[in-house]
Design a protein around this ligand. Sequence first.
Ligand SMILES: *[C@@H]1O[C@H](CO)[C@@H](O)[C@H](O)[C@H]1NC(C)=O
Ligand SMILES: *[C@@H]1O[C@H](CO)[C@@H](O)[C@H](O)[C@H]1NC(C)=O
Ligand SMILES: *[C@@H]1O[C@H](CO)[C@@H](O)[C@H](O)[C@H]1NC(C)=O
Ligand SMILES: *[C@@H]1O[C@H](CO)[C@@H](O)[C@H](O)[C@H]1NC(C)=O
Ligand SMILES: *[C@@H]1O[C@H](CO)[C@@H](O)[C@H](O)[C@H]1NC(C)=O
Ligand SMILES: *[C@@H]1O[C@H](CO)[C@@H](O)[C@H](O)[C@H]1NC(C)=O
Length: 226
Amino acid sequence: MYLFIFFFLFSSVVAEISYNLPGRNQNSIDFLIFYIHRLNKPFLLGGWFRAGSNPSFYYMGVDSAVFYGNASGTSGFINFNPVYETNLTPDTFGTMMQAFIPQGFLNKRVQLTCFVKYTNVTDYAGMWMRVDTNTTQTLDNMSNRPLKGTGDWTKCVSVLDVHQDAVNLAFGVLLSNAGQVWFNQFEFTIVDNNTQTTSLYVGDLSQPLNTTGEINNPINLFGPNN
Ligand SMILES: *[C@@H]1O[C@H](CO)[C@@H](O)[C@H](O)[C@H]1NC(C)=O
Ligand SMILES: *[C@@H]1O[C@H](CO)[C@@H](O)[C@H](O)[C@H]1NC(C)=O
Ligand SMILES: *[C@@H]1O[C@H](CO)[C@@H](O)[C@H](O)[C@H]1NC(C)=O
Ligand SMILES: *[C@@H]1O[C@H](CO)[C@@H](O)[C@H](O)[C@H]1NC(C)=O
Ligand SMILES: *[C@@H]1O[C@H](CO)[C@@H](O)[C@H](O)[C@H]1NC(C)=O
Ligand SMILES: *[C@@H]1O[C@H](CO)[C@@H](O)[C@H](O)[C@H]1NC(C)=O
């Protein structure tokens, strides 16, 4: 998985450089749009990777022009690529995510928050968090409180128990079907047992999960000046 990510980062850089050559398709609006995406938003910050049912249907990257509040900083973004309009199914989604080994959160109730801005979301957008043990998973993906249509910065809150045996904590923002989302200021907080969990799904894994997190903490959470 991480090899793939590094390859993608590297190929993004290559794409930026090769499309930056003068005199190439300069009249094509499609090209210009592609070029602007590549020029301004070519990278994912370390720790983040692209996933989902069809990650290739979405542009995902870092936008330093859009940020919640008065601080300067960067946001992550996911934009559906309209070229794939006819390929959409009800299950199509893309996500930008991280996964880590939640050593510091074991046996704690953990709240994740972030801010999401969204435009023309046809199905739904939301922050999500999932806790895996070797045999179970617990998920909240906001499908019961979806962000739809267009909205300004909205605080998203998710609360899950991290079991003593947890081996992986994955989280991110997803965009189901078409639209655009931006997100920043992810924050993890340990909360007390009076805070209700927002778990939507608890299930057994049919076979042991191979730990996906290789880091012990979330990193580059799109804070101010980040
Ligand atoms: C931004 O600054 C204005 C003026 O100081 C203030 O009223 C507003 O609450 C600030 N917004 C945020 C999100 O901090
Ligand atoms: C959102 O949809 C409206 C109505 O179709 C359209 O006018 C507008 O340009 C769209 N916005 C973006 C950012 O695509
Ligand atoms: C989860 O499975 C891995 C691989 O089999 C094992 O090394 C680890 O000890 C297990 N963790 C727990 C908490 O059971
Ligand atoms: C919350 O509940 C868990 C599991 O019952 C317990 O281990 C933990 O000590 C409790 N935390 C607080 C702050 O009461
Ligand atoms: C969100 O979670 C619900 C409940 O587990 C699930 O049915 C649905 O497929 C999930 N949606 C996405 C986009 O992952
Ligand atoms: C975990 O890895 C083993 C060995 O590579 C593989 O057989 C198994 O299908 C994997 N399990 C999952 C849930 O991906």
